[in-house]
Design a protein around this ligand. Sequence first.
Ligand code: PSU
Ligand code: MN
Length: 306
Amino acid sequence: MDFRSYLDIKPEVLEALKNGQPVVALESTILSHGMPYPENLGFAAQVEETVRSEGAVPATMALIGGKVKIGLSKEDLSIMCRGGVVGKVSRRDFASYLATGRTGATTVASTMMCAKLVGIKVFATGGIGGVHRKGEVTMDVSADLTELGNTPVCVVCAGAKQILDIGRTLEYLETMGVPVIGYKTKNFPAFYCPNSGYKVDYEAKDPADVARIIKVSSDLGLKGGMLVGNPVPPEYAMDFDYMEGIIDKAMIDAEAAGVRGKEITPFLLAKIVELTGGESLATNIQLALNNARVASKIAVELAKME
Ligand code: PSU
Ligand code: MN
């Protein structure tokens, strides 16, 4: 069967793809497993609105009813935000969710897969998964990293959270051949905080700078993706040392609760919101909106070049 028979593309997105208009991919795990209800529903509408206001078309991804949904309706977004039966789909889960018709939210890895299926080259998220702390023992390395090494999509993020081993995450990306670009910065951001203490390989001065790199990579047919680190706006940034304390606590709780595998990231995200009294959620929302803004500007520049 042709792969296209598995796709359910929203008319607005299909039209934009046909006409070479800028489209930005968005993930749904950030909604279903990254933020509480109903704040996630407000965010889902806001992030799509942000993309539109920059002149691009949003395509939020999900697996629903045996179809790869490219662009979600209001009802679909509501299903993803209410959670409950919504699973978390990474690359390894992709085919079984489609085969069984289960409802699944897409992570960075699987959203990249969806984007590639329809030729979307720019994707905005909050933070990527990475090498977990003690990952050298547990081997907990997010499939987001291998996907970045294999799938030609540019992922705009606010870096990686301190729940991860950021140094090893960057080493792994280097091994996988993934360019790590700082958006108007030389520092790799740490999600809630603008600076992780690690440097990026290359600083992009503006959206066109990033678009040119995507174009060259695409013209050459290079197989991997790239990562753009876009720091949280200073007015929403949180203190690095304060967050370090919060994360230590959250990780002790995770260990005590025996949380493992794919449940760890959602558990820690929820715990951090609780321990910061909701402050981290406001920051999370703002940095993700900021990433959608920058990703849209990049997509607009890329569309002009193509
Ligand atoms: N990091 C965040 N927020 C998120 C995620 C990561 O700050 O919502 C989600 C993304 O969907 C990412 C996934 O792709 O968690 C990574 O999960 P894992 O660590 O299980 O690979
Ligand atoms: Mn993992």
